[in-house]
Design a protein around this ligand. Structure first.
Ligand code: ATP
Length: 268
């Protein structure tokens, strides 16, 4: 049953969830976060903080890893979704782009993108229109549409998997570590495109990112996670200017390269 939703309600509300793997390892502890409608929220934290687990819990992908939401609720557009599976989530317009850029190397760029549209039932013309929309945001993919995706650079592969997610016409994209392994200029380019997709296409984003400096510049909201617990959350600008966060998390900010990995290294 879908609950009543109002424009003032967040699109996504994660309420005090607990996640346990293999019935014994608890990795999220009463974790709560909200993503406003048409917002860009950044889930920030070091390696192993629980960002990917949070995204998988939302996308209904924990079961395949013997993970389970054992407490709390997840509401999407007013509907409780924490008992749904990945295909039911996809049907509601949620796409997850996993870390590691899993483009299908043996397929062309265009075929990779078309795979993203395979559940659509609105016809070839509508799919072709979305393909052109994706190419307008990622002109490099258009140039390389006939190339094997396995031959793309890391940045182009990241574009390809974001483009593939867009082909399903999602309302919300969960994006795991979009900056991972990319040169700063490409990170800027990809975050810039995310911001335009949000503004012009109305796509809501939840990004898991270790690169706090960049993520807080592009996001509207931020949520800082450590050891499966939310330490801080609020408007991105507020978090970015908070003296404690600046010192602890952005203290190594140098040309946008501050990273939670650095913090972890210095603290351990
Ligand atoms: P990273 O950026 O390294 O992926 P993360 O913040 O996304 O970090 P998670 O991948 O969610 O963190 O991991 C959170 C914790 O859960 C870690 O301690 C990790 O070892 C553990 N974990 C992740 N997946 C599993 C699993 N399938 N079974 C058991 N423990 C897991």
């Amino acid at each position: 049953m879908r609950g009543a939703s109002s424009p003032a309600e967040p699109l996504l509300a994660v309420n005090a969830i607990e996640v346990v793997y293999s019935r014994q390892a608890m990795v999220l502890h009463a974790l709560s976060l909200t993503v406003p409608r048409r917002g860009v929220a950044a889930l920030l934290g070091a390696n192993g903080a629980g960002k990917t687990t949070t995204l998988k819990a939302i996308a209904g992908l924990l079961r395949s890893e013997r993970g389970e939401v054992t407490k709390g609720t997840i509401l999407y557009d007013g509907e409780r979704i924490d008992r749904l599976d990945a295909s039911q989530m996809a049907a509601r317009g949620i796409s997850l782009v996993m870390e590691g850029r899993h483009a299908f190397g043996g397929l062309s760029v265009e075929d990779n993108l078309r795979v993203g549209a395979f559940t659509r039932r609105d016809g070839a013309a509508a799919v072709a229109q979305t393909l052109e929309m994706v190419f307008s945001y990622f002109p490099r993919l258009k140039e390389r549409r006939k190339s094997h995706a396995g031959l793309l650079s890391g940045g182009e592969q990241q574009m390809c998997v974001i483009g593939r997610a867009l082909m399903a016409r999602p309302r919300m994209i969960l994006l795991d570590e979009p900056s991972m392994g990319l040169a700063p200029q490409l990170v800027e380019e990809i975050f810039g495109i995310i911001a335009r997709l949000n503004r012009d296409e109305g796509v809501t984003f939840l990004l898991a990112e270790q690169n706090a400096a960049v993520a807080l510049r592009f996001a509207t909201h931020g949520c800082l996670v450590e050891n499966g617990r939310v330490m801080r959350s609020g408007p991105a600008a507020e978090l970015a200017s908070d003296p404690e966060i600046k010192a602890s998390y952005l203290g190594f900010a140098d040309e946008g390269m501050a990273s939670f990995t650095d913090r972890k290294r210095w603290l351990t």
